[in-house]
Design a protein around this ligand. Structure first.
Ligand SMILES: C[S@@+](CC[C@H](N)C(=O)[O-])C[C@H]1O[C@@H](n2cnc3c(N)ncnc32)[C@H](O)[C@@H]1O
Length: 253
């Protein structure tokens, strides 16, 4: 199965902010997680590569001081970031993994939060990331890896979802390999336990917004059948505690 490229300008931008909203506690947990792998001095300059609507970008500036550059190829996602996630230390810029609009040695850290699987040329992106990183800088990659996924709460309702996601996401070795090729080494690999929503009812409502690119690779019939299965499950188990499935934080430097 060859998956089409998902362009966030087409439809994903419409519901992304609402469908993928991260509660402040979750955001704070992520910032603490990143801080464990970065120097204590402040300020730190950070690139949020594939920043989308700026879900994490202002929090990165609050935590690390900045400047923080939110680099994003989708004009629609960037417009939403500029309108709803502004911060004095944040600048949003057009760019992508293999084309970061910054000089050499600019950043203490480059974060790729659920964006590396969208980068078509990951080897070129690793070269570009290494170029903009200061000596001793860190790459933080938050992603599922296709060889380490078993599926999450919602995937049980959509029989092809896991197969699609195994195609969408790179393997761990593929990602470490492209960064090793530019001289970076694995520093940490941590499993992330993230709650998708407080309960099944809330999770189902978020999922219905389809703000997950997996849906872009399914037929309308498959999606509707999956939602029907999900609704039946939620009616029977309204207090289920859904998690997102396996996701990991890879730190390289
Ligand atoms: C799942 S969203 C994640 C956005 C943000 N990091 C977050 O967690 O909310 C994936 C983002 O990657 C962006 N993207 C697509 N192709 C990319 C590329 N080649 N380089 C960097 N980002 C890319 C998409 O436009 C989209 O905004």
């Amino acid at each position: 199965m060859v998956l089409k490229r998902v362009d966030y300008d087409d439809s994903q931008h419409v519901n992304y902010a609402k469908g993928r909203r991260m509660p402040p506690e979750a955001l704070a947990r992520w910032m603490a997680r990143f801080a464990e792998h970065l120097p204590e001095r402040r300020p730190l300059a950070v690139v949020d590569l594939g920043c989308g609507v700026g879900r994490l970008t202002p929090a990165l500036a609050d935590t690390f001081g900045g400047p923080v550059w939110g680099v994003e190829p989708s004009a629609r996602m960037r417009e939403i970031a500029e309108a709803t996630a502004s911060h004095p230390a944040v600048r949003y810029r057009e760019g992508e993994g293999a084309r970061i609009p910054l000089p050499d040695d600019s950043a203490d850290a480059v974060l790729m939060f659920l964006s590396i699987h969208h980068v078509p040329d990951r080897a070129a992106a690793a070269v570009e990331i290494a170029r903009v990183l200061k000596p001793g800088g860190r790459v933080l990659v938050r992603s599922p890896f296709s060889d380490r996924m078993n599926g999450g709460w919602w995937q049980r309702f959509f029989p092809r979802a896991l197969e699609i996601e195994r195609q969408m996401f790179p393997t761990l070795a593929e990602v470490t390999g492209v960064f090793e090729a530019v001289g970076l080494k694995t520093i940490a690999l941590e499993v992330v336990n993230e709650t998708y929503a407080a309960n099944a009812t809330e999770a189902a409502a978020k999922l219905r917004l389809r703000a997950i690119s997996t849906f872009e690779h399914m037929t309308e019939a498959e999606i509707e059948e999956g939602f029907a299965r999900m609704d039946a499950h939620v009616a029977a188990h309204p207090d289920d505690h859904p998690d997102t499935g396996e996701s990991e934080l890879l730190v390289m430097g």
